[in-house]
Write a protein that binds this ligand. Structure first.
Ligand code: COA
Length: 168
């Protein structure tokens, strides 16, 4: 059983992430999407909301499951018995950061490799932050996120407009 972990903050999951998952799920028996609470990022959705959105958006991928973790990624990898870490690569600017992270993880856990999947060209420019920024200003993001995520973003936009229930 070849199990891989796809870690990230997924705030929220985008069609770019789904693209990586659809393609990596063909390479492994199981993929665990591991959602992290990233203290360095201003989060819009709670961990539970993000997990729920991922579950809804990956129903067509039976070997994909969703979990969350805190602490070191390599400790989580050992705990899950995974053989690989999946990461998406969009542009050259992703490369240096990803290279350092992959090398650091490999240093701490040499038996596990990071597998990089090049983003499909139409999703090269997407990031969760850009999607959030556009959506919260009322911009159209339906081409960039799954329908369930678009609906939740629209709801956040509505709340923001009404000036209630918004966490900054
Ligand atoms: N399509 C769309 N967007 C993509 C993407 C794709 N294919 N690939 C990456 N992104 C975007 C994400 O949307 C995210 O956008 P944002 O910054 O606007 O939110 C950004 O690229 C990268 O974020 P993400 O993939 O979520 O990674 P991260 O940098 O938040 O976290 C972890 C990376 C979780 C793997 C890393 O922080 C980690 O391992 N943490 C655990 C602690 C640890 O072990 N540290 C030592 C590591 S060496």
């Amino acid at each position: 059983m070849r199990l891989a972990v796809y870690p990230g903050s997924f705030d929220p999951i985008t069609k770019g992430h789904i693209d990586i998952l659809e393609r990596s799920s063909r390479l492994f028996d199981r993929i665990v999407v591991a959602v992290i609470h990233n203290v360095n990022k201003k989060e819009l959705f709670t961990l539970e909301e993000r997990k729920e959105m991922i579950r809804e958006a990956t129903q067509h991928l039976p070997n994909v499951e969703v979990d969350c973790f805190s602490g070191l990624l390599v400790d989580y990898i050992v705990q899950k018995g995974a053989c690989a870490i999946v990461r998406g690569l969009r542009t050259v600017s992703d490369f240096e950061y990803e290279l350092h992270m992959a090398m650091m993880n490999h240093h701490m856990l040499p038996e596990v490799d990071t597998i990089f999947i090049m983003s499909t060209s139409k999703y090269f420019y997407i990031s969760s932050s850009m999607v959030k920024e556009a959506a919260l200003l009322g911009g159209p993001v339906g081409d960039l996120v799954p329908p369930n995520v678009e609906a939740r973003l629209r709801e956040k936009w509505r709340q923001r407009k009404e000036g209630k229930g918004v966490s900054d």
